[in-house]
Design a protein around this ligand. Structure first.
Ligand SMILES: C[S@@+](CC[C@H](N)C(=O)[O-])C[C@H]1O[C@@H](n2cnc3c(N)ncnc32)[C@H](O)[C@@H]1O
Length: 262
């Protein structure tokens, strides 16, 4: 079958995570799916095409802007797919239960109480249903954090090092994810980390890398009170790209099944 709604080929972050998610997801025609943190539709469009008109996909995101983008891309197509602006951490009781709950690049936004968020999601899973979530787990870009920490240490930046350490440690681990699913009594739990290399060149191509700058390096800048100092440290780090590449992310997939009859 030729896919009309494949995952975007040029995307070097969402798509590889979604591919890992799909590897673990058991799909069937007619399935009902809640896709959380749906953004503008990765992988909601793909899922909707797979479940077909007898199924239903509800993509939810807390950003009105993302929901509007998803609806604009959708136009009149796949009418069994809907986008709605909702907070995945507090689903209203009117939201029904689903055969599958997916979420690509979702878990890092389950803060502040990630376990409670997962519990709330499992409440919206039908008995025998599957939860599959992905996120970049602890270990992602470790070589970069080590290099930045080394540069901070050389300059005696104690407070900045502490902030960086706290930022890195806040990232959820695969083990933590497994513990949530275990504690909620899910069955056939699979927690897998798929390595992904994120290529980067030196200097400006590192400092202005569209993925790194938006989601990760900005967080490093926040570890500094003095932004000129941050610029200095990061410029030095950017000149040493061979010292911390290959830059590896861990695409963690959490998958588990709700017991039949629960
Ligand atoms: C990294 S994007 C992933 C989007 C899409 N799934 C993809 O793979 O491209 C994370 C999305 O989570 C959304 N998000 C963050 N916090 C949320 C929350 N509490 N409830 C629902 N969506 C949330 C953001 O608006 C953003 O669109």
């Amino acid at each position: 079958m030729t896919l009309r709604w494949p995952l975007p080929r040029q995307d070097y972050w969402s798509t590889p995570f979604a591919e890992a998610l799909l590897h673990h997801l058991a799909l069937f025609p007619g399935a009902t799916i809640l896709d959380i943190a749906s953004g503008d539709g990765i992988p909601a469009f793909y899922l909707a095409e797979q479940v077909g008109p007898t199924g239903q996909v509800l993509g939810i995101d807390s950003s009105e802007h993302q929901i509007a983008r998803g609806r604009a891309i959708q136009g009149p197509h796949l009418p069994w797919l809907r986008f709605e602006c909702l907070d995945m951490r507090a689903l209203p009781p009117r939201v029904p239960t689903f055969d599958r709950i997916t979420g690509n690049l979702s878990v890092m936004f389950f803060r502040p109480n990630r376990f409670e968020t997962v519990r709330g999601l499992v409440d919206h899973l039908k008995p025998g249903g599957q939860l599959v979530q992905t996120f970049p787990s602890l270990g992602t870009f470790d070589s970069l954090w080590r290099r930045i920490d080394q540069e901070m240490a050389t300059r005696g930046l104690t407070a900045e090092r502490q902030h960086l350490g706290a930022y890195v440690a806040e990232r959820p681990s695969a083990q933590e994810g497994r513990a949530w699913l275990d504690a909620l009594g899910l069955e056939r739990i699979e927690v897998t980390e798929w390595p992904l290399e994120v290529p980067t060149g030196p200097g400006p191509s590192f400092l202005h890398h569209p993925l790194l700058r938006g989601g990760f390096l900005d967080d490093v800048y926040e570890c500094f009170e003095d932004q000129r100092l941050a610029d200095e440290v990061m410029k030095r780090v950017s000149e040493d790209v061979p010292g911390f590449t290959p830059l590896m992310a861990q695409r963690c997939v959490l998958s588990g099944w709700k017991k039949e009859g629960e």
